[in-house]
Design a binder for this molecule. Structure first.
Ligand SMILES: C[S@@+](CC[C@H](N)C(=O)[O-])C[C@H]1O[C@@H](n2cnc3c(N)ncnc32)[C@H](O)[C@@H]1O
Length: 285
């Protein structure tokens, strides 16, 4: 007879051997997913026996995780900010540092009501949804080059009851926007092609390449966004970019050249890494 404690022990060993940092936690979350309960329930019922078909389903999930498939693709969900997002292999798994970009955006938005916001490269819709949820007077344009990602983002908006606050637009960077906006938010691809070989398997082998890579230095998307931006920002507007931790100085220099009258600042994330460039007080052309 096999108990919950037994299968968790074996799965933990297997995931540790595969190099998964959070082996015990992942095993618990995968079992909770297979049982359609939450993790607390799993931990409170360790002596319960499991039927063999359930064990087989769980083993299959553990095997995929041991092959380093991201946990969020296996469970189909991920917490972001204060809500659950559905994620699929068509979208980047939203990262905790992107929640800090949302905090910065909400802080900036406190000063204006009925602002227009753009979330460029929306992916799962994470940024657009968090901003629409917490700054209710805004309207958000969420763009992506990937039709499949837009489909996931739209579904998330439907589930969260936020479709009327967000317009989803297909196309390249800012070009699908129907009008200039007050605030541009962008977590665009920023990994350099040369880093491809050094990425964790979860990222390099499973996440969509078009969500990750951006030319030889990882800056192609940001350079093009800054080129397009003057026609798409309103007077006094702001751009907040998420960047790679070694790109701060370069991006800030480019931003200052493009917007000489604006205040350009680099901010660190909670891990202490340079992660955001904010270009505020933009003078529109
Ligand atoms: C790093 S992911 C970020 C996804 C989401 N914003 C987040 O923070 O989790 C970058 C996103 O930009 C999209 N993207 C890539 N190139 C683009 C382009 N030229 N125009 C618009 N979106 C683009 C990708 O499809 C992907 O969804």
């Amino acid at each position: 007879m096999t108990t919950i404690a037994d299968v968790l022990y074996t799965a933990n060993q297997r995931l540790q051997e595969a190099g998964v940092d959070t082996a015990a936690l992942d095993a618990e979350l995968l079992l909770a997913h297979a049982l359609q309960v939450d993790r607390t329930w799993v931990l409170a019922h360790e002596n319960e026996l499991l039927p063999s078909e359930l064990i087989a389903r769980f083993d299959e999930l553990v095997a995929r995780r041991a092959a380093r498939e991201p946990l969020a693709y296996l469970t189909g969900q991920r917490w972001f900010f204060d809500f659950q997002l559905r994620v699929t292999p068509d979208v980047l798994v939203p990262r905790p540092e992107t929640e800090e970009l949302v905090e910065r955006a909400l802080h900036w938005l406190r000063a204006i009501s009925h602002a227009l916001v753009a979330d460029v490269g929306t992916g799962s819709g994470a940024i657009a949804l968090a901003v629409a949820k917490h700054a209710p007077s805004v309207h958000v344009y969420a763009t992506d080059i990937s039709v499949k990602a837009l489909r996931v983002a739209h579904e998330n908006a439907e589930r969260l009851g936020l479709t009327s606050a967000i317009t989803f637009l297909h196309g390249d960077l800012l070009t699908p926007l129907p009008q200039p906006v007050d605030l541009i938010l962008a977590n665009l691809p920023y990994v350099a092609e040369v880093e491809r070989a050094h990425l964790m398997p979860e990222v390099g082998e499973y996440e969509p390449p078009e969500a990750l890579f951006s030319g030889p230095e990882g800056l192609d998307h940001i350079v093009r966004l800054l080129d397009q931006a003057p026609s798409y920002v309103r007077q006094g507007g702001c751009i907040i970019l998420e960047i790679g931790d070694k790109q701060g100085a370069k991006v800030a220099r480019m931003a200052q050249r493009q917007f000489p009258g604006a205040a350009v600042n680099i901010y660190r994330d909670l891990a202490g890494l340079e992660r955001f460039v904010e270009i505020d007080g933009i003078e529109s052309h």
